[in-house]
Design a protein. Structure first.
Length: 131
């Protein structure tokens, strides 16, 4: 709706930028709530992933608050979105490396069970499912 108003209506141009920032702030808060909820469920989030999302959220919240003139204008507040995105990339890369390490260790843990099984796979001990 906001996109259509930006493209076709000139009357509300002074409200478009604050409205886009407010929508962005709401979406960022929803992302933060999603990360927090996942910590309390049985599928916890990787700490590096949570740190990456948190750094992105903090960077954009500071940037949006600076756009609304609620905090003092400085180099850090003007570039908070860029700094938050940079830290997010760093932490998400560490999260991906951690996930790959976990998957490789699980794969290596299962390998001896497969190769050391003395029982050969024969037609009698395999289970077939009809299609």
């Amino acid at each position: 709706m906001l996109l259509l108003a930006i493209l076709f209506l000139d009357a509300g141009r002074t409200f478009y930028y604050p409205a886009a920032n407010a929508i962005g702030l709401i979406l960022i808060i929803l992302c933060l709530i999603g990360v927090l909820v996942s910590f309390f469920t049985k599928y916890p989030v990787d700490l590096f992933f949570a740190a990456g999302i948190t750094s992105l959220i903090i960077g954009f919240v500071i940037f949006i608050l600076n756009n609304f003139s609620l905090i003092e204008n400085s180099f850090l507040t003007e570039n908070a979105a860029k700094l938050g995105t940079g830290f997010e990339i760093l932490f998400l890369s560490l999260s991906m490396a951690n996930r790959i390490r976990i998957l490789n260790s699980e794969k290596e843990g299962c390998r001896p069970l497969h190769f050391n099984n003395p029982r050969k796979a024969t037609r009698s001990n395999l289970t077939f499912f009809p299609i």
